[in-house]
Write a protein that binds this ligand. Sequence first.
Ligand code: ADP
Ligand code: MG
Length: 383
Amino acid sequence: IKKDNDENNVTVQNTVPLIKDLFHIYEKVGEGTFSSVFLATLKLSDGSKKFALKYLVPTRHPEKIERELRCMQQIGGKDYVVGLELCLRSFETVVFVMPYMRHDKFAEYVQDMTVQETKDYMIALLSALRRVHRFNIIHRDVKPSNFLYDRHNKRYLLVDFGLAQEYVVEKKSNNLKLLNSEAQVTKRKRSDENSLNVSFNTTKKGTEEKCYCFGKAKVCSLCISRSEQIAPRAGTPGFRAPEVLLKHPSQTPAVDIWASGVMMLCILSGTQPFFHSPDDCTALAEITTIFGSNKMQQCARKLGKKIIFSEDIPGVDIVSLCQKLQKRNKGLLDSNDRNTCEKVSLDAQFPKEAYHFVLGLLDLDYKTRLTADQALNHPFLKL
Ligand code: ADP
Ligand code: MG
Protein backbone atom coordinates (compact mmCIF):
# COMPACT_ATOMS: atom_id res chain seq x y z
CA ILE A 1 0.00 0.00 0.00
CA LYS A 2 1.32 3.41 -0.85
CA LYS A 3 1.36 6.52 1.30
CA ASP A 4 -0.81 9.39 0.16
CA ASN A 5 1.26 12.48 -0.54
CA ASP A 6 -1.48 14.63 -2.03
CA GLU A 7 -1.21 17.98 -0.26
CA ASN A 8 -4.94 18.41 0.32
CA ASN A 9 -5.25 14.93 1.73
CA VAL A 10 -2.32 15.46 4.06
CA THR A 11 -3.94 18.68 5.30
CA VAL A 12 -7.17 16.82 6.00
CA GLN A 13 -5.32 14.03 7.79
CA ASN A 14 -3.49 16.50 10.02
CA THR A 15 -6.66 18.09 11.37
CA VAL A 16 -6.87 15.52 14.17
CA PRO A 17 -3.35 15.13 15.66
CA LEU A 18 -4.24 12.06 17.72
CA ILE A 19 -5.04 10.14 14.56
CA LYS A 20 -1.48 10.63 13.37
CA ASP A 21 -0.20 9.26 16.67
CA LEU A 22 -2.34 6.16 16.42
CA PHE A 23 -2.51 5.32 12.71
CA HIS A 24 -0.45 4.96 9.58
CA ILE A 25 -2.63 6.54 6.90
CA TYR A 26 -2.48 5.34 3.30
CA GLU A 27 -4.46 6.22 0.20
CA LYS A 28 -7.86 7.84 -0.07
CA VAL A 29 -10.47 5.16 -0.70
CA GLY A 30 -13.56 7.26 -1.02
CA GLU A 31 -14.84 10.78 -1.24
CA GLY A 32 -18.33 12.18 -0.96
CA THR A 33 -19.98 15.57 -0.47
CA PHE A 34 -19.56 15.33 3.27
CA SER A 35 -16.43 13.28 3.79
CA SER A 36 -13.09 11.84 2.74
CA VAL A 37 -12.31 8.22 3.59
CA PHE A 38 -8.75 6.90 4.03
CA LEU A 39 -7.28 3.45 4.48
CA ALA A 40 -5.22 3.11 7.68
CA THR A 41 -3.52 0.63 10.02
CA LEU A 42 -2.76 0.92 13.74
CA LYS A 43 0.85 1.88 14.49
CA LEU A 44 1.02 -0.45 17.50
CA SER A 45 0.05 -3.55 15.55
CA ASP A 46 1.37 -5.90 12.90
CA GLY A 47 -0.69 -3.92 10.40
CA SER A 48 -2.87 -6.83 9.36
CA LYS A 49 -6.09 -5.20 10.51
CA LYS A 50 -7.17 -2.41 8.22
CA PHE A 51 -9.34 0.56 9.10
CA ALA A 52 -11.35 3.10 7.13
CA LEU A 53 -11.07 6.62 8.57
CA LYS A 54 -13.99 8.81 7.58
CA TYR A 55 -13.15 12.51 7.98
CA LEU A 56 -16.34 14.55 8.01
CA VAL A 57 -16.24 18.00 6.43
CA PRO A 58 -16.02 20.65 9.19
CA THR A 59 -19.16 22.37 7.93
CA ARG A 60 -21.35 19.36 8.71
CA HIS A 61 -24.03 20.15 11.27
CA PRO A 62 -23.29 18.64 14.71
CA GLU A 63 -26.81 17.19 14.89
CA LYS A 64 -26.23 15.26 11.68
CA ILE A 65 -22.84 14.07 12.87
CA GLU A 66 -24.42 12.85 16.08
CA ARG A 67 -27.13 11.01 14.20
CA GLU A 68 -24.66 9.25 11.91
CA LEU A 69 -22.55 8.32 14.92
CA ARG A 70 -25.54 7.00 16.87
CA CYS A 71 -26.73 4.88 13.93
CA MET A 72 -23.35 3.20 13.55
CA GLN A 73 -22.98 2.67 17.30
CA GLN A 74 -26.43 1.19 17.84
CA ILE A 75 -27.11 -0.65 14.62
CA GLY A 76 -23.66 -1.41 13.26
CA GLY A 77 -21.40 -4.41 13.60
CA LYS A 78 -24.06 -6.98 12.70
CA ASP A 79 -25.99 -8.19 9.65
CA TYR A 80 -23.67 -6.48 7.17
CA VAL A 81 -24.09 -3.04 8.73
CA VAL A 82 -20.86 -1.12 9.26
CA GLY A 83 -19.79 -0.77 12.88
CA LEU A 84 -17.81 1.92 14.62
CA GLU A 85 -14.46 1.23 16.32
CA LEU A 86 -13.68 4.71 17.51
CA CYS A 87 -14.71 8.31 17.01
CA LEU A 88 -12.27 11.19 17.48
CA ARG A 89 -12.78 14.92 17.33
CA SER A 90 -10.45 17.85 17.25
CA PHE A 91 -12.12 21.25 17.04
CA GLU A 92 -14.57 21.07 14.16
CA THR A 93 -13.24 17.90 12.55
CA VAL A 94 -14.77 14.54 13.44
CA VAL A 95 -13.29 11.21 12.33
CA PHE A 96 -15.13 7.88 12.38
CA VAL A 97 -12.87 4.84 12.58
CA MET A 98 -14.48 1.77 10.98
CA PRO A 99 -13.21 -1.65 9.99
CA TYR A 100 -12.01 -1.44 6.39
CA MET A 101 -13.49 -3.74 3.78
CA ARG A 102 -11.99 -3.99 0.30
CA HIS A 103 -14.71 -3.87 -2.32
CA ASP A 104 -15.34 -3.96 -6.03
CA LYS A 105 -16.89 -1.37 -8.29
CA PHE A 106 -20.58 -1.85 -9.10
CA ALA A 107 -19.93 -1.07 -12.77
CA GLU A 108 -17.50 -4.00 -12.87
CA TYR A 109 -19.79 -6.68 -11.48
CA VAL A 110 -23.30 -5.49 -12.37
CA GLN A 111 -23.04 -6.87 -15.90
CA ASP A 112 -22.09 -10.42 -15.11
CA MET A 113 -23.59 -11.41 -11.78
CA THR A 114 -24.91 -14.95 -11.80
CA VAL A 115 -28.34 -15.82 -10.44
CA GLN A 116 -26.93 -17.34 -7.24
CA GLU A 117 -24.61 -14.39 -6.73
CA THR A 118 -27.53 -12.00 -7.14
CA LYS A 119 -29.55 -13.91 -4.53
CA ASP A 120 -26.67 -13.78 -2.03
CA TYR A 121 -26.15 -10.08 -2.71
CA MET A 122 -29.83 -9.20 -2.27
CA ILE A 123 -30.12 -11.37 0.86
CA ALA A 124 -27.21 -9.46 2.42
CA LEU A 125 -28.61 -6.07 1.41
CA LEU A 126 -32.11 -6.85 2.68
CA SER A 127 -30.77 -8.35 5.92
CA ALA A 128 -28.88 -5.12 6.52
CA LEU A 129 -32.01 -3.08 5.76
CA ARG A 130 -34.18 -5.27 7.98
CA ARG A 131 -31.80 -4.57 10.83
CA VAL A 132 -31.73 -0.83 10.17
CA HIS A 133 -35.53 -0.65 9.92
CA ARG A 134 -35.97 -2.57 13.19
CA PHE A 135 -34.30 0.39 14.87
CA ASN A 136 -36.89 2.69 13.29
CA ILE A 137 -34.25 4.22 11.11
CA ILE A 138 -34.56 4.98 7.40
CA HIS A 139 -31.14 4.88 5.74
CA ARG A 140 -32.30 7.17 2.92
CA ASP A 141 -29.24 6.73 0.71
CA VAL A 142 -29.29 3.09 -0.34
CA LYS A 143 -27.25 2.74 -3.55
CA PRO A 144 -24.30 0.67 -4.79
CA SER A 145 -21.59 3.00 -3.48
CA ASN A 146 -23.07 2.71 0.02
CA PHE A 147 -23.39 -1.08 -0.10
CA LEU A 148 -19.87 -2.40 -0.41
CA TYR A 149 -19.34 -5.80 -2.01
CA ASP A 150 -16.13 -7.82 -2.00
CA ARG A 151 -16.81 -10.24 -4.80
CA HIS A 152 -13.84 -12.49 -4.20
CA ASN A 153 -14.41 -13.02 -0.48
CA LYS A 154 -18.20 -12.74 -0.66
CA ARG A 155 -18.41 -9.97 1.92
CA TYR A 156 -20.96 -7.17 2.13
CA LEU A 157 -21.23 -3.95 4.09
CA LEU A 158 -23.92 -1.26 4.30
CA VAL A 159 -22.19 2.06 5.03
CA ASP A 160 -22.95 5.78 5.19
CA PHE A 161 -25.64 6.83 7.64
CA GLY A 162 -25.04 10.45 6.67
CA LEU A 163 -28.65 10.93 5.55
CA ALA A 164 -30.36 8.51 7.93
CA GLN A 165 -33.52 9.60 9.70
CA GLU A 166 -35.64 8.32 12.52
CA TYR A 167 -39.32 7.68 12.12
CA VAL A 168 -41.96 6.86 14.69
CA VAL A 169 -44.83 4.47 14.36
CA GLU A 170 -48.03 6.22 15.37
CA LYS A 171 -49.81 3.68 17.52
CA LYS A 172 -53.39 4.86 17.09
CA SER A 173 -53.62 5.22 13.37
CA ASN A 174 -50.79 2.81 12.77
CA ASN A 175 -49.35 5.33 10.37
CA LEU A 176 -45.66 5.82 10.11
CA LYS A 177 -44.75 9.40 10.65
CA LEU A 178 -41.35 10.75 9.96
CA LEU A 179 -39.63 12.65 12.70
CA ASN A 180 -38.25 15.25 10.47
CA SER A 181 -38.01 18.53 12.21
CA GLU A 182 -34.98 19.21 10.09
CA ALA A 183 -36.92 19.10 6.86
CA GLN A 184 -39.32 21.62 8.35
CA VAL A 185 -36.54 24.03 9.12
CA THR A 186 -33.93 23.65 6.43
CA LYS A 187 -36.40 23.02 3.65
CA ARG A 188 -34.48 23.16 0.43
CA LYS A 189 -31.17 24.63 1.36
CA ARG A 190 -28.95 21.80 0.24
CA SER A 191 -27.91 21.14 -3.30
CA ASP A 192 -29.69 17.81 -3.27
CA GLU A 193 -32.85 19.54 -2.23
CA ASN A 194 -33.58 21.84 -5.14
CA SER A 195 -37.16 22.78 -5.51
CA LEU A 196 -39.36 20.62 -7.67
CA ASN A 197 -40.08 22.46 -10.83
CA VAL A 198 -43.48 21.11 -11.64
CA SER A 199 -46.96 21.89 -10.45
CA PHE A 200 -48.84 19.02 -8.92
CA ASN A 201 -52.46 19.60 -8.29
CA THR A 202 -52.94 18.75 -4.66
CA THR A 203 -56.23 17.10 -3.87
CA LYS A 204 -57.76 16.82 -0.45
CA LYS A 205 -58.62 13.25 0.52
CA GLY A 206 -58.95 12.37 -3.12
CA THR A 207 -61.52 15.06 -3.94
CA GLU A 208 -60.25 17.77 -6.16
CA GLU A 209 -60.23 21.37 -5.02
CA LYS A 210 -61.27 23.90 -7.62
CA CYS A 211 -58.16 25.39 -9.02
CA TYR A 212 -58.18 27.84 -11.90
CA CYS A 213 -54.63 27.65 -13.08
CA PHE A 214 -53.84 23.98 -13.45
CA GLY A 215 -52.09 23.41 -16.76
CA LYS A 216 -52.06 27.15 -17.49
CA ALA A 217 -49.14 29.53 -17.56
CA LYS A 218 -50.28 31.42 -14.46
CA VAL A 219 -50.88 30.82 -10.77
CA CYS A 220 -54.39 31.42 -9.38
CA SER A 221 -55.13 33.01 -6.02
CA LEU A 222 -56.14 29.69 -4.50
CA CYS A 223 -52.78 28.20 -5.34
CA ILE A 224 -50.92 31.25 -4.07
CA SER A 225 -52.65 30.85 -0.72
CA ARG A 226 -51.66 27.18 -0.37
CA SER A 227 -49.06 26.43 2.25
CA GLU A 228 -45.75 25.27 0.92
CA GLN A 229 -45.40 21.51 0.69
CA ILE A 230 -42.54 20.28 2.73
CA ALA A 231 -41.31 16.75 2.37
CA PRO A 232 -37.91 15.19 2.89
CA ARG A 233 -36.18 14.38 -0.35
CA ALA A 234 -32.65 13.50 0.67
CA GLY A 235 -31.14 10.72 -1.38
CA THR A 236 -29.47 10.18 -4.70
CA PRO A 237 -31.02 10.86 -8.12
CA GLY A 238 -32.11 7.61 -9.72
CA PHE A 239 -32.82 5.93 -6.40
CA ARG A 240 -35.65 8.13 -5.11
CA ALA A 241 -39.00 6.44 -4.56
CA PRO A 242 -42.20 7.84 -6.13
CA GLU A 243 -43.46 9.09 -2.74
CA VAL A 244 -40.21 11.08 -2.38
CA LEU A 245 -40.46 12.47 -5.91
CA LEU A 246 -44.11 13.38 -5.32
CA LYS A 247 -43.20 15.08 -2.05
CA HIS A 248 -45.31 12.97 0.26
CA PRO A 249 -44.71 14.36 3.75
CA SER A 250 -44.74 11.11 5.70
CA GLN A 251 -42.15 8.73 4.35
CA THR A 252 -41.30 5.28 5.64
CA PRO A 253 -38.53 2.64 5.42
CA ALA A 254 -40.18 1.69 2.12
CA VAL A 255 -38.00 4.37 0.48
CA ASP A 256 -34.97 2.15 1.17
CA ILE A 257 -36.74 -0.87 -0.31
CA TRP A 258 -37.46 1.08 -3.50
CA ALA A 259 -33.75 1.93 -3.77
CA SER A 260 -32.82 -1.74 -3.30
CA GLY A 261 -35.31 -2.51 -6.10
CA VAL A 262 -33.49 -0.09 -8.39
CA MET A 263 -30.24 -1.93 -7.56
CA MET A 264 -31.93 -5.24 -8.45
CA LEU A 265 -33.18 -3.72 -11.69
CA CYS A 266 -29.61 -2.68 -12.54
CA ILE A 267 -28.47 -6.29 -12.03
CA LEU A 268 -31.33 -7.83 -14.01
CA SER A 269 -30.66 -5.50 -16.91
CA GLY A 270 -26.87 -5.31 -16.53
CA THR A 271 -27.30 -1.54 -16.71
CA GLN A 272 -26.04 1.18 -14.44
CA PRO A 273 -27.20 3.76 -13.77
CA PHE A 274 -30.65 2.51 -14.68
CA PHE A 275 -32.46 5.80 -14.16
CA HIS A 276 -30.51 8.94 -15.02
CA SER A 277 -32.92 11.27 -13.26
CA PRO A 278 -31.27 14.67 -13.82
CA ASP A 279 -34.20 16.17 -11.89
CA ASP A 280 -37.27 14.90 -10.04
CA CYS A 281 -39.67 15.56 -12.92
CA THR A 282 -37.55 13.55 -15.35
CA ALA A 283 -37.22 10.88 -12.67
CA LEU A 284 -41.02 10.57 -12.57
CA ALA A 285 -41.10 10.43 -16.37
CA GLU A 286 -38.52 7.64 -16.37
CA ILE A 287 -40.49 5.60 -13.85
CA THR A 288 -43.61 6.23 -15.94
CA THR A 289 -42.00 4.72 -19.04
CA ILE A 290 -41.61 1.49 -17.06
CA PHE A 291 -44.97 1.33 -15.30
CA GLY A 292 -47.18 3.38 -17.60
CA SER A 293 -49.15 6.56 -16.99
CA ASN A 294 -52.23 4.83 -15.54
CA LYS A 295 -50.36 3.25 -12.67
CA MET A 296 -48.45 6.45 -12.05
CA GLN A 297 -51.70 8.39 -11.81
CA GLN A 298 -53.13 5.85 -9.39
CA CYS A 299 -49.98 6.09 -7.29
CA ALA A 300 -50.19 9.90 -7.23
CA ARG A 301 -53.88 9.80 -6.32
CA LYS A 302 -53.17 7.63 -3.28
CA LEU A 303 -50.68 10.26 -2.15
CA GLY A 304 -53.24 13.02 -2.59
CA LYS A 305 -51.63 14.35 -5.78
CA LYS A 306 -52.59 14.49 -9.39
CA ILE A 307 -50.35 14.14 -12.40
CA ILE A 308 -51.53 14.95 -15.90
CA PHE A 309 -49.83 13.36 -18.89
CA SER A 310 -50.14 14.81 -22.37
CA GLU A 311 -50.56 11.31 -23.74
CA ASP A 312 -51.18 7.79 -22.48
CA ILE A 313 -47.99 5.90 -21.83
CA PRO A 314 -48.51 2.14 -21.89
CA GLY A 315 -45.66 0.83 -19.71
CA VAL A 316 -43.34 -1.99 -20.67
CA ASP A 317 -42.86 -5.66 -19.96
CA ILE A 318 -40.03 -5.73 -17.45
CA VAL A 319 -38.79 -9.19 -18.45
CA SER A 320 -38.22 -8.39 -22.10
CA LEU A 321 -36.83 -4.95 -21.25
CA CYS A 322 -34.21 -6.44 -18.90
CA GLN A 323 -33.31 -9.18 -21.32
CA LYS A 324 -32.89 -6.71 -24.17
CA LEU A 325 -30.70 -4.45 -22.08
CA GLN A 326 -28.61 -7.40 -20.88
CA LYS A 327 -27.94 -8.42 -24.45
CA ARG A 328 -27.24 -4.90 -25.60
CA ASN A 329 -24.79 -4.30 -22.78
CA LYS A 330 -22.96 -7.50 -23.41
CA GLY A 331 -22.64 -6.44 -27.02
CA LEU A 332 -24.27 -9.65 -28.12
CA LEU A 333 -26.88 -8.23 -30.43
CA ASP A 334 -24.29 -7.94 -33.17
CA SER A 335 -22.01 -10.68 -32.01
CA ASN A 336 -21.48 -13.74 -34.14
CA ASP A 337 -19.80 -15.69 -31.37
CA ARG A 338 -22.43 -18.28 -30.55
CA ASN A 339 -20.39 -19.86 -27.76
CA THR A 340 -20.20 -16.71 -25.67
CA CYS A 341 -23.83 -16.11 -26.35
CA GLU A 342 -24.84 -19.51 -25.03
CA LYS A 343 -22.56 -19.33 -22.00
CA VAL A 344 -23.89 -15.97 -20.91
CA SER A 345 -27.49 -16.95 -21.38
CA LEU A 346 -26.98 -20.03 -19.22
CA ASP A 347 -25.39 -18.11 -16.33
CA ALA A 348 -27.54 -15.05 -16.37
CA GLN A 349 -30.91 -16.56 -17.12
CA PHE A 350 -32.96 -15.15 -14.27
CA PRO A 351 -36.07 -17.17 -13.37
CA LYS A 352 -39.49 -15.50 -13.55
CA GLU A 353 -39.47 -15.20 -9.73
CA ALA A 354 -36.62 -12.69 -10.04
CA TYR A 355 -38.88 -10.34 -12.00
CA HIS A 356 -41.79 -10.86 -9.63
CA PHE A 357 -39.34 -10.03 -6.82
CA VAL A 358 -38.10 -6.80 -8.40
CA LEU A 359 -41.68 -5.67 -9.03
CA GLY A 360 -42.45 -6.27 -5.34
CA LEU A 361 -39.53 -4.05 -4.34
CA LEU A 362 -40.58 -1.45 -6.91
CA ASP A 363 -44.25 -1.38 -5.93
CA LEU A 364 -45.31 2.20 -6.69
CA ASP A 365 -47.50 2.16 -3.57
CA TYR A 366 -45.26 2.38 -0.52
CA LYS A 367 -47.98 0.82 1.62
CA THR A 368 -48.00 -2.45 -0.30
CA ARG A 369 -44.30 -2.47 -1.27
CA LEU A 370 -42.48 -5.49 0.21
CA THR A 371 -40.87 -4.91 3.59
CA ALA A 372 -37.30 -6.15 4.08
CA ASP A 373 -38.65 -9.12 5.98
CA GLN A 374 -41.21 -10.02 3.31
CA ALA A 375 -38.61 -9.59 0.58
CA LEU A 376 -36.28 -12.01 2.39
CA ASN A 377 -39.09 -14.57 2.33
CA HIS A 378 -39.80 -14.12 -1.37
CA PRO A 379 -39.57 -17.32 -3.45
CA PHE A 380 -36.74 -15.86 -5.55
CA LEU A 381 -34.47 -15.74 -2.49
CA LYS A 382 -35.85 -18.92 -0.93
CA LEU A 383 -35.54 -21.22 -3.94
P1 ADP B 1 -20.09 9.83 2.02
O1 ADP B 1 -21.08 10.21 3.07
O2 ADP B 1 -19.12 10.91 1.74
O3 ADP B 1 -20.73 9.24 0.80
P2 ADP B 1 -19.35 7.09 2.74
O4 ADP B 1 -19.48 6.66 4.15
O5 ADP B 1 -20.36 6.60 1.78
O6 ADP B 1 -19.20 8.67 2.69
O7 ADP B 1 -17.92 6.66 2.20
C1 ADP B 1 -17.48 7.05 0.92
C2 ADP B 1 -16.78 5.88 0.24
O8 ADP B 1 -15.67 5.46 1.05
C3 ADP B 1 -17.64 4.63 0.06
O9 ADP B 1 -18.40 4.67 -1.13
C4 ADP B 1 -16.59 3.55 0.02
O10 ADP B 1 -16.01 3.44 -1.26
C5 ADP B 1 -15.52 4.07 0.98
N1 ADP B 1 -15.76 3.48 2.33
C6 ADP B 1 -16.59 3.93 3.28
N2 ADP B 1 -16.57 3.14 4.38
C7 ADP B 1 -15.71 2.14 4.10
C8 ADP B 1 -15.25 0.98 4.81
N3 ADP B 1 -15.66 0.71 6.06
N4 ADP B 1 -14.36 0.16 4.20
C9 ADP B 1 -13.93 0.44 2.94
N5 ADP B 1 -14.30 1.50 2.23
C10 ADP B 1 -15.19 2.35 2.78
MG1 MG C 1 -21.79 7.44 0.50
